[in-house]
Design a protein around this ligand. Structure first.
Ligand SMILES: Cc1ncc(COP(=O)(O)O)c(C=O)c1O
Ligand SMILES: N[C@@H](CCCC[NH3+])C(=O)O
Length: 415
């Protein structure tokens, strides 16, 4: 459920007509609904009731500071994976005590910055990262809170490129060796062991893989307890899927009820790192049809957005719904491939869509709030799109469209 709906035959973002937004700010543009964002965050937070928990929004899904700020005001925590994301969340008003730092390859400067600001916890993914954090914390004279991201070897049953919890994936520490790592950590002078973390993949539509991972994490936590290593939290990562087409993902409330039932009375604080489930359906990408190009084998609608704006279809063959902004077109319904102007055969946003199209029409690509703008690029020297947020009948420009000179900003000619 989101707040992008038709009124008569015109698409609205909350109470603002999408076409009016394009008249003011041009195409292509990303439009987000603040109400949807807040609703999705609350769906996670409210479901925990009195159980101690912290929702740490995964910033990589959409890292615009206005989005982060809306969530920070609700009391959200944040899951970050780089110095850039750390600076973003701090700029947007996040509480350092609610920041967890994941990532397979944290550099020294990144660790130092996070230690200086006093983040809540590092999710360690490599054995030698523990030694690096201990050393750097020692240099600064601070204690680092850590948890290990364990790889529970659970099949998330999702796209192989976004499955992360199998033995052959690069993420986390093999759960077999976790006990040894925890013992090592517990003996270090500048380390405070606070939790366990796992994240098995993205766009999961079933609860069972999460529960399998929880079982393994819980059993590890209990083994640690028996050795006198008491953990404060279990971080179960993100990964809950959304409906793009006909998937029927578990709702956050149902998922969290299942987790709480499995935890049966244990008082570990639960951390979750949802990204897509909070922001995915809170955003659309709007694009204009530049040309219609019927050919002998296919009908192409060439639009002004491309794989550099939204790479998911090209990268994962992801399917995202494409709908007209105005349902007025008198055109005949036909089957179209919606493609961008980039010089790649893989540059498509949707294939074989039944639409009534005319040149100049506006189209909205739904479910674009997550891994849309945050994965965009300047490929083919295309300035990145504007981003806007609607709150009721108010419209805010939250990122200006890039201007051409930004494309070569920082580049230098030879003398
Ligand atoms: C460590 C970690 N946490 C959280 C997320 C967020 O995942 P999702 O957007 O599927 O909720 C990811 C991305 O998959 C991740 O790598
Ligand atoms: N970028 C991916 C998800 C990857 C999640 C990052 N750990 C997507 O668009 O579905």
């Amino acid at each position: 459920m989101d707040y992008f709906n038709y009124r008569r035959s015109e698409l609205f973002a909350e109470d603002v007509a999408v076409q009016d937004i394009v008249y003011m700010h041009g195409s292509p543009c990303y439009i987000y609904s603040k109400r949807t964002l807040e609703k999705h965050w609350h769906a996670f937070d409210d479901a925990f009731g009195e159980h101690p928990h912290l929702i740490c929004y995964a910033v990589k899904a959409n890292s615009n500071i206005a989005i982060i700020n809306v969530l920070a005001r609700l009391g959200s925590g944040f899951d970050i994976v780089s110095l850039g994301e750390l600076e973003r969340v701090l700029t947007a008003g996040a509480d350092p005590k609610k920041i967890v730092f994941s990532g397979v390859g944290k550099r020294e400067d990144e660790i130092l910055a996070a230690l200086k600001i006093g983040i809540r916890c590092f999710n360690i993914e490599v054995s030698t990262e523990l030694d690096r954090i201990n050393l750097l914390a020692g240099q600064l004279g601070v204690i680092a809170n850590v948890s290990f991201r364990v790889n529970p070897d659970v099949d998330a049953k999702t796209h192989p490129y976004i499955s992360t919890g199998l033995k052959e994936n690069k993420f986390g520490i093999d759960i077999k060796y976790a006990l040894t790592e925890y013992r090592r950590a517990a003996s270090m002078a500048h380390i405070n062991v606070v939790g366990i973390d796992c994240h098995i993949g993205s766009q999961l539509t079933e609860t069972q893989p999460f529960l399998d991972a929880l079982d393994r994490v819980l059993s590890l936590a209990e083994s640690l307890k028996a050795e006198g290593i008491h953990l404060h939290h279990l971080d179960l990562g993100g990964g809950l899927g959304i409906r793009y087409k006909d998937e029927q993902p578990t709702e956050p409330a149902e998922y969290i009820q299942a987790l709480l039932a499995r935890l049966a009375g244990s008082d570990y604080e639960i951390l979750l790192e949802p990204g897509r489930a909070i922001v995915g359906n809170a955003g659309i990408l709007v694009t204009q049809v530049e040309y219609l190009k019927p050919t002998e084998s296919k009908n192409f609608a060439i639009v002004d957005a491309a794989m550099n704006d939204l790479i998911r279809p090209a990268l994962y063959s992801a399917w995202q719904e494409i709908i007209p902004v105005n349902q007025h077109s008198d055109a005949v319904e036909q089957t179209w491939d919606i493609v961008g102007p980039v010089c790649e055969t893989g540059d498509f946003l949707g294939k074989e869509r039944r639409l009534k199209l005319a040149q100049g029409d506006l189209l909205a690509i739904r479910s674009s709030g997550a891994y849309g703008f945050s994965m965009s690029s300047n490929y083919n020297s295309r300035p990145r799109a504007a981003e806007l947020m609607v709150d009721g009948d108010q419209l805010y420009l939250i990122r200006e469209r890039e201007i051409l000179s930004q494309l070569w900003n920082g580049e230098h000619l030879l003398p």
